[in-house]
Design a protein around this ligand. Sequence first.
Ligand code: SAH
Length: 258
Amino acid sequence: MTRRPGFPARSALSPAPAAAKERPGAGAPRQPMPGPVAPVQGVGLDSGAVRARMVSRLAAQGIADPRVLAALGSVERHRFVDTALVNQAYEDTSLPIGLAQTISKPSVVARMVELLLAGLPGGKLGRVLEIGTGCGYQAAVLAQVATEVYSIERLRGLHEKAQANLRPLRLPNVHLLFGDGMVGFAKGAPYAGIIAAAGGEAVPRTWLDQLAIGGRIVAPTVMPGGQQALVVLEKGEREVRQSVLETVHFVPLKSGIA
Ligand code: SAH
């Protein structure tokens, strides 16, 4: 009972007997299980209970924003990873998504989205720009907490993969773009938030220019010592406030398209 997560919508949708039936097997995600969740069709065992446990763990780790917990509880992460990795979709681990890139761990996605929302006590954020669509998972999460999501990817193969992954979810507020995110996306500006899924040497000036006053940038950035840290920039009327937070490990931010 105490492990019950804080997103009633999903729990209410999962019939109690199905959730109870799933519990024994799904409680040990590292053991190979015969077909734990159907990767694309969404048939078979209910993945809601496994996701609910992931959300409980995130809450126990300190993610407190109910909007973030609800978003991670509702997006089916297993739809975004290869069939062979479906068993690990709800573990707190980053996973390969092809072309030498990775989908971030759920705890890192949750932390970054929470930081992005931190200036807004409730409701939805306005337009958000994501740099590095990858497989599209974080874009789907952002779609739950922001009115519009512009997500840009520099690798055509991943841009197309994200399109295929997101199509069945029919998220009308997600706009996938193929291009170099170092220059942002001026047509969608100004943004209430900008979130980068790849780490650069510095936060590009263009991102700050495309950020609304009162907006926030959350971006992994390489520090003088060579390690990456999460950096939050808050744009005020006259000044930009920078906070350097914990160490992270993201794929590099690269310029140009491929
Ligand atoms: N948010 C993604 C994580 C993808 S990994 C997800 O949920 O799956 C980071 C991605 O950033 C990679 O796909 C990489 O190709 C992309 N990337 C790196 N530099 C970029 C740039 N300048 N513009 C756009 N995408 C970039």
